[in-house]
Design a protein around this ligand. Structure first.
Ligand code: SF4
Length: 379
């Protein structure tokens, strides 16, 4: 695709923090990480990055939940170093989470939302000139009217609906397309920002897919909780079922199976166990009706009450409790030696169990495919 041979220098830290996906932001983020000693452990679990993870969560939730993309306003002051750190590393963390989901649809959705957010800021930000030069090979602005080279325009407008973006309706002169100002309806700058969104989206998506390819198993497992949160949200928004993530019953952790089995036998599972089961079911994308069915044989089952309580759990997007709380509340199903995965030192959350099970099954399947492939020279 036509992209500039060289990208303009950009050293304004506010701009880099606002658009952390820019190619110019990479060395800046690396410097910030070195300066503040932010490594992967700090980003995933450290207290300094607490607020960045909160902001990342809202970036992710907005990408699923909001029609207008990610909320523009940062939760910190971007004119301070702390605010810039927050903005840049929340993006970085959110990208890790979508990468760890290994779900290309989720990655596309997130890239779209981040690009939309950037588009809305660019409509008012003078950095639009530098960013346009970063992404578009032929672009210029004369007295507030933007012009784009024809080949760039053709490529960028294919993903945009609306008759004004179709070539026969465009003002093309000498290989340049003029983005006319339509006043309050659609400004020339607004049109430029809209075109840029397409390229920003592609770049954000490509970067996240690259991260996904490079993700190792331990990182995938460490990110299980936020991935579960966002997948649960996607599932509840799109009414997708368990097939979304393929967590079949064989992948469920023993604590979840225990709760389901006990309820089926009419055993009275305690409140903590019930909330855990409901939130696990939501996270793995089970429809609310299936979750209600788990409780049907419970001694105190009441259809209306259970439907209401499960609905409440799904709406509030509860995240399941971790192993330590489940153990304290007598909802853990194993003792040392019962289950090899539960015995692992890193096992502190049932969602990690599911993730590890899925990974192992996937690896097992690829080994089986290898074994079954006819060897070269076989008759
Ligand atoms: S160790 Fe954790 S994942 Fe395993 S059964 Fe207990 S609570 Fe569930």
């Amino acid at each position: 695709m036509p992209k500039p041979f060289s990208i303009p220098d950009l050293s304004d830290e506010v701009t880099l923090a606002r658009y952390p996906f820019l190619p110019q932001a990479k060395p800046w983020i690396a410097n910030m990480a070195a300066k503040h000693e932010i490594d992967i452990d700090e980003l995933l679990d450290g207290t300094m990055m607490d607020r960045a993870r909160v902001r990342a969560r809202s970036r992710l939730v907005d990408s699923v939940d909001s029609k207008d993309g990610v909320e523009m306003a940062s939760i910190g002051d971007i004119h301070t170093e702390e605010g810039r750190l927050l903005e840049a590393f929340s993006f970085y963390y959110a990208r890790l989470v979508v990468g760890a989901s290994e779900d290309e649809r989720l990655i596309s959705r997130w890239a779209q939302a981040e690009a939309e957010r950037a588009q809305h800021i660019l409509e008012k930000d003078d950095a639009i000139s530098l960013i346009a030069e970063t992404y578009v090979s032929e672009v210029r602005c004369e007295e507030g009217i933007w012009k784009v080279g024809l080949s760039d325009f053709i490529e960028l407008c294919t993903g945009i609906t609306g008759s004004r973006w179709r070539l026969p309706n465009c003002d093309i002169n000498d290989g340049w397309v003029t983005l006319h100002d339509e006043g309050d309806k659609y400004s020339s700058r607004g049109k430029m920002a809209r075109l840029l969104r397409e390229r920003m989206k592609d770049d954000i998506k490509m970067d996240a897919l690259e991260k996904m390819e490079k993700m190792d198993e331990s990182l995938l497992i460490r990110l299980s909780e936020p991935v579960g949160m966002i997948r649960g949200l996607v599932a509840s928004k799109t009414a997708e079922t368990i097939a979304l993530i393929g967590a079949g019953e064989e992948d469920w952790p023993p604590c979840m199976r225990k709760a389901v089995a006990e309820l089926a036998e009419g055993v009275n599972v305690n409140h903590f166990g019930r909330v855990f089961l409901g939130s696990m079911a939501r996270c793995i994308g089970l429809p609310a009706e299936t979750t209600v069915d788990f409780f049907r044989s419970a001694p105190d089952f009441n259809e209306a009450t259970t439907t209401y309580q499960v609905g409440h759990l799904y709406e509030r997007e509860y995240t399941p409790s971790g192993c330590s709380k489940l153990k304290v509340n007598h909802n853990c199903a194993v003792r040392t030696g019962d289950d090899r995965l539960c015995d692992q030192s890193w096992m502190d959350h049932p969602l990690k169990y599911i993730r590890a099970k899925q990974r192992r099954r996937k690896q097992q399947q690829s080994i089986e495919v290898d074994v079954n492939l006819p060897k070269t020279g076989d008759a």
